[in-house]
Design a protein around this ligand. Structure first.
Ligand code: PLP
Length: 388
């Protein structure tokens, strides 16, 4: 079914002529996979987040997998994380034969509650994987205190959080390593892509080595004029390298990140002003000392004040030409986690309460200010009609 002409989708990627030119430049260059554009993207990204080292890979999932592999996570180990995330965070722990241990979230922002972490630590705990949900910062100062006290590593899932900061430090820059996503819907995209940032050169080298089959030299180095055909496989690696075609798009999009972030902030402020004080709406609040990336706009409904449920609210928005989404269905509610790990509803009540009330509204720099006003008015209109 074709969308009506004035439909406002939940997300629309912005690909400009500058992005296309950068990709075409790579396509015409004679070198399309990992090479000079990846190196340039890594350097530019490292500067953006203030990291000494950044390694580009083909997804954030790959970045997190390589981080935990390089940190020698293995069978019998446990990693503390949150059920309020996309499945990738937990999946990479399972890839290593280790066990994800979920702890519940803060009711305000659905981020892992640091006050619940210590009770989940056992002698098998190796690390913590917090997630900056929607681009709201995890209380990383507390998480790091706990990690240091217990000798644990921390891999931050900063898929939503390139621009995020807490107490002046960027998301992904507090922990042992931080992983970022350039998936099609993210704040900047390389269609598919990810980056791992860290302080430790040896860790970055290990991740880079594992990202291309554990080979001693990558193809670019072998095929240049000064390269040699000889290589050795020195570890069991993976095929996670980013292509230069993707890196060209990422590099071009990265130049626009500040301007786009300013628009996200402006649109979030439009929503906040429209929803402030409404008895049936709980807009997300920006904490003091925080920069929020605004990857998502997670509005919550006060369902007890409304005569309709969340699904009906979403349907009424759709009928008014507005696409929305829900982030996230907590992992412990999914059949695989219930069947494989005995997870059950009721286990993480704050995650469930957040999920049941949440609607992610359209929030991206490709929206026109009038479209944001239209979404805000529709939300308020539906909430007013449905108030009991
Ligand atoms: C919180 C979170 N972590 C990780 C990922 C995985 O990112 P990628 O698709 O780049 O592997 C996503 C992707 O949607 C995500 O939302």
């Amino acid at each position: 079914m074709a969308e009506p002409k004035d439909f406002i989708p939940f997300h629309r990627a912005i690909i400009g002529d500058d992005d296309i030119a950068e990709v075409v430049d790579t396509l015409r260059s004679g070198w399309i996979t990992t090479g000079p554009k990846v190196a340039a993207f890594e350097q530019a990204f490292a500067r953006t987040v203030g990291a000494p080292h950044a390694v580009a890979v083909n997804s954030c999932t790959a970045a997190m997998h390589l981080a935990v592999a390089a940190l020698d996570l293995g069978p019998g180990d446990e990693v503390i994380t949150t059920p309020y995330t996309f499945v990738a965070t937990s999946e990479v722990i399972l890839y290593m034969g280790a066990r994800p241990v979920f702890v519940d979230v803060r009711p305000e922002d659905a981020n892992i509650d640091p006050d619940l972490i210590e009770a989940a630590i056992t002698p098998r705990t190796r690390g913590i994987m917090p997630v900056h949900v929607a681009g709201f910062p995890v209380r990383m100062d507390r998480v790091m205190e706990i990690a240091r006290a217990h000798g644990l590593w921390v891999v931050e899932d900063a898929a939503h959080a390139i621009e995020t900061a807490w107490k002046g430090v960027r998301a992904g820059r507090w922990g042992t390593a931080g992983a970022y996503s350039f998936y099609a819907t993210k704040n900047i995209t390389s269609a598919e892509g990810g980056m791992l940032a860290c302080d430790d050169e040896a860790l970055a080298d290990r991740v880079r080595h594992l990202s291309l089959h554990g080979m001693s030299r990558d193809a670019w180095k072998r095929y240049t004029a000064t390269g040699s055909w000889y290589y050795e496989v020195t570890a069991r690696g993976y095929k996670y390298n980013l292509t230069d075609v993707a890196a060209a798009l990422g590099l071009s999009q990265l130049r626009k990140i500040d301007a786009w972030h300013a628009l996200r902030q402006r649109y979030a402020a439009t929503y906040a002003a429209a929803f402030a004080g409404h008895p049936a709406l709980v807009p997300p609040a920006v904490p003091a000392d925080a920069v929020v990336a605004w990857h998502l706009y997670p509005l919550r409904l006060r369902l007890d004040a409304l005569g309709i449920g969340r699904a009906e609210f979403i349907e009424r928005l759709r009928l008014r030409g507005i696409g929305t989404s829900v982030h996230f269905i907590p992992l412990h509610l999914h059949p695989y986690y219930r069947e494989s790990f005995g997870c059950r509803p009721g286990q993480f009540p704050r995650a469930e309460a957040f999920y049941e009330a949440e609607i992610s509204l359209p929030l991206y720099p490709g929206l026109a200010p009038e479209e944001v006003e239209r979404v805000a008015a529709a939300v308020v209109g539906i909430a007013d009609e449905a108030m009991q």
